[in-house]
Design a binder for this molecule. Sequence first.
Ligand code: ZN
Length: 448
Amino acid sequence: MIFAKRALLPGGWDSGVRVLVDDGRISKVQTATTAAPGDSIVDCLLPGMANVHSHAFQRGVAGLAEGRRAGRESFWTWRETMYRFALSVDPDAVQCLAEMAYVEMLEAGFTRVGEFHYLHRAPDGRPYDDPAELTARIFAAAAATGIALTHLPVFYAHGGFGPAPASDGQRRFLQSVDSFVDLVAAADRLARRGGDRVGYAPHSLRAASEADLAMLAAAFPDRVVHIHVAEQEREVADCLAFSGERPVAWLAARVALDARWCLIHATHMTAAEVRTVARSGAVAGLCPVTEANLGDGVFEAPDYLRAGGRLAVGTDSNIRIDLAEELRTLEYGQRLTRRARNVLAEDGGSTGRRLFDAAAFGGAQALGAEPPEIASGRPADLVGLTDPHRLPGGGDRLLDRWIFARDVSVSDVWAAGVHVVSGGAHVARAQVADRFGATLRRLLDGAL
Ligand code: ZN
């Protein structure tokens, strides 16, 4: 059982909180009590956070594309490096890279991942004997580390607007609508743990045409659906040249944007597009650390939140996997562009708390998960923080110190009731990190 000196409950902060767990779920929450012998004790207990956007294999590219070649470095030159790496990974490597990424996610306080999985075919472009081979490796990595999985098989058919044919470097990603329907059915069969979910993801407006989007919507009327949109200015320009419309406006005019949708990035929007997405009930899946690393731009968060918009955070390229850093970078982008402080806080409120609540609830919605609440009957996905200096101040202050300063850190994580992170480290960290190092040395030997 878990005892927290303070915990963020559905009604707000409470102290002396004891959480009882049975069969992966919270069976009872006691307040104003004391620890019992054998309890795991934490300074602060939070509901687990959803990471709405990950490409697990890209964990292997982290730090390899930070040099300047001749000419202007951009998202598109980073993508060339990533494509070269994507052509090198075999099924064992996919699983190994995903295990490392998921260990780091759990250590950061993420208890569920939305895996936007587009690596489907063998390096030569042919399907594996089991076309869901790499999908199965993602499920295996999630099960091995304990993180809850919302698997998002990616539909990828074209190389650009038009549609333009896919490039040779995209050959491992490709699906027809028919093969994709089979792939989603295979993912359903692999979703054997109680918390597993399967949605789907048209990769982008470049990779899925209007006809594709309509066929997918008809095939999957009830699933969560994620798409990359309006990440880069060139994508906006290409969409305008193709259709006369901007990406988010084009999408909103052709699909029923609602609470099932998660728009990844949505960085470049007009004021009208911001209002459209905010009112639709969809979630904006923001990846501030990756967006900073790739030079994407800054999401129009204040107007979006003011209009009632829902947001979540994701680690995307997995260049650094750190929940507090995602939330901090989201706020810092706003501060730098507006030359102001505490931009995303509500009047009288803590910035950290606003960011945490928004991302927790938006993230759960986007991944088809239950509300992130420390309450009886909910999944026991829980994050414990340690506060070594025990400074005065309430729970919101502690959240601010975790997100913006460095003394407070994640010490313990329970995933479906299993104590997978203790003392800040995942129980399988050493073995997973050893395999990760060996795999990466093998893949990178002269390759990049
Ligand atoms: Zn992405």
